[in-house]
Design a binder for this molecule. Structure first.
Ligand code: SAM
Length: 232
């Protein structure tokens, strides 16, 4: 379980709410049982159940098992998609090792907002399920023009462009340093958006092959290629 507080053997942890319900009702933990905790700061600890009440569980971290993982410096900037498809992007990006997810609103987005709490839950559950010891950040939704205006110049902005670009594997393996992948919505980027992205000094158009992929497919496939070529 990911917890807010920094873990140490010097301080007990009180779990409440849904996590307590999961531990007591689903996992049926009892005093003496072991639970794996992560804090996205020190990493992963084996903790012992001290108390298992109806609304709370008291845990004592015992053994520091794994440090926080070294996270590849990779951001994913997916245009908002319909809810369940965007959830898929959040889940798979987490499994693939993403550091930050920056959702983007573009003119042709069907979805126009993101439930931030739900997004955080999807990412946390995905991270717990694949035993990551770092928790990706889901940033607030930003408009494309704001994202481009505020883009950090040292970070490659790979732009998944179905109208053509450098083969993704080539572009990724030759690019040093921090990177990001920008992917469009169901209806794609419009001409003005595409021109603005291509005009940005940090942007590199990349192709994921000759076929038109769904946004979620392009985001997941593009991330997988980057992780294979440049992820550490
Ligand atoms: N223009 C597309 C069409 O004609 O259906 C609509 C956009 S596509 C469904 C969603 C997004 O996935 C695109 O904006 C692009 O970012 C990415 N994408 C799809 N196929 C791609 C490819 N072969 N190479 C690179 N990116 C691709």
């Amino acid at each position: 379980l990911f917890v807010e507080q920094e873990l140490s053997s010097a301080a007990q942890v009180t779990i409440e709410g849904n996590q307590a319900h999961y531990l007591t009702r689903v996992m049926r933990v009892a005093p003496g049982d072991a639970v794996i905790l992560c804090d996205d700061i020190t990493g992963e600890w084996a903790a012992e159940v001290v108390e298992a009440g109806k609304r709370h569980v008291l845990l004592q971290p015992r053994d520091h098992q794994r440090p926080r993982e070294a996270v590849p410096d990779f951001w994913l900037c997916p245009a908002l998609l319909k809810k369940d498809r965007f959830d898929l992007v959040l889940e798979k990006a987490t499994e693939l090792g993403v550091d930050r997810i920056l959702p983007v609103i573009t003119r042709r987005c069907v979805a126009d907002k993101l439930n931030a709490e739900r997004a955080a839950t999807v990412v946390t559950e995905a991270a717990e399920q694949c035993a990551r010891t770092a928790l990706p950040e889901v940033a607030a939704v930003s408009r494309l023009d704001t994202l481009l205006d505020e883009w950090p110049q040292e970070r490659h902005l790979f732009f998944a462009d179905e109208e053509g670009g450098e083969p993704a594997a080539d572009a990724f393996c030759y690019a040093e340093g921090p990177a990001a992948l920008l992917v469009g919505p169901e209806g794609g980027f419009d001409d003005a958006e595409r021109a603005a992205i291509r005009a940005h000094p940090a942007s590199v158009a990349i192709s994921l092959g000759p076929r038109i992929l769904r946004g979620e497919t392009a985001a997941i496939a593009g991330m997988a290629v980057w992780m294979a070529e440049a992820g550490d």
